[in-house]
Design a protein around this ligand. Sequence first.
Ligand SMILES: [Mg+2]
Length: 373
Amino acid sequence: MAPPLTLKSGRVHVVEIPVTETHSHGSGDISRLKSVILEVTTEDGITGWGEASPWPVFTGTPEANASALADYFIPNVLGRSAYDVEVFMAEADRAVVHCSEAKAALETALLDIIGKAQGVPIHNLLGGCHRDRVGLSFSIANPDFDADFGKVERLIELGLGIFKLKTGFKDHAFDLMRLEKLRNRYGDRLDLRIDYNQGLKAHVALPRLRDFESFGLSFIEQPVARDNLEAMAHFTRTLTTPIMADESVFNPREALVGARLKVADIFSLKIMKSSGLRRALEVAAIAKAAGIGVYGGCMFETGIAHAAGAHLMAALPELDLGCEFYMSNYYLTEDILAEPFPVKNGFVEVPTAPGLGVDVDRAKLKKYTLTSQ
Ligand SMILES: [Mg+2]
């Protein structure tokens, strides 16, 4: 007899979706979203969706992740049961180094199938729902700040109150000017943070970071290169504003090293860094044990990966600083979901329908697909 939820087929779609404006970062610009959508179907006709959202300067390339899925991970799981998801994750780690985004896509698609078969949302498979909504942060990253300032105004009217300035892609005066304008206009009504995406050289960083101490920021994210853990630890010890590690902490091993060296006050959790939701929970467990906070990060994603991230956020025992799943509603010109990703009054609402709780619009998927295999 075939095992339950036998996996019958898998397809990998590389998609490219236009965005509303270029976003600049300390590590480079984004002017379109290129992502990898995974579709896995069981013998019974249940389809699970997953997404690998690579950024070449940060995690990896779409091409490598599409190949990891199509050439390695999918052939390995066909004919086997979706319930063996954790077995497949261990096998994926042994078969392919890196490609954490492809591993996240595989796990997401299998959890989507299991959730749909059981009639429960993915967060129920992870231990339950600690929160049904999460505060949403938008990233201010348009080199044309006047345009961004207008967008901030519109988003505040929609209920958003958390904004993260991408810093370090122009000069220091530009970063200070933008924060001053936001604080002058909105006072303490806004929860403001900054993110350098590794954009500062360590030897010039400290005086610049000190200039931000008076702005009451919730955190300063990843000021220097991922590997410069000593500098990250020094900033964490020296500055009053909390330091967040993003690029410096991908997975449980790096979380352990990061906790031991106290490289940050907060870790940014991303399923694309950790190789999925369960590994992200492991990172969160290490952070909690070390007295380090966690935050809901994401890459440049469609609503599929946002939904997976929202289930992770629901399942986290502690989460204080919100999440940044803004692309689907406020950055892509159009998403591939059948219904808009659920955001209301500045909060992401955790999906409650079985599995991921979101559906893909196949016509939109086809419209933005570059290649399928
Ligand atoms: Mg970041």
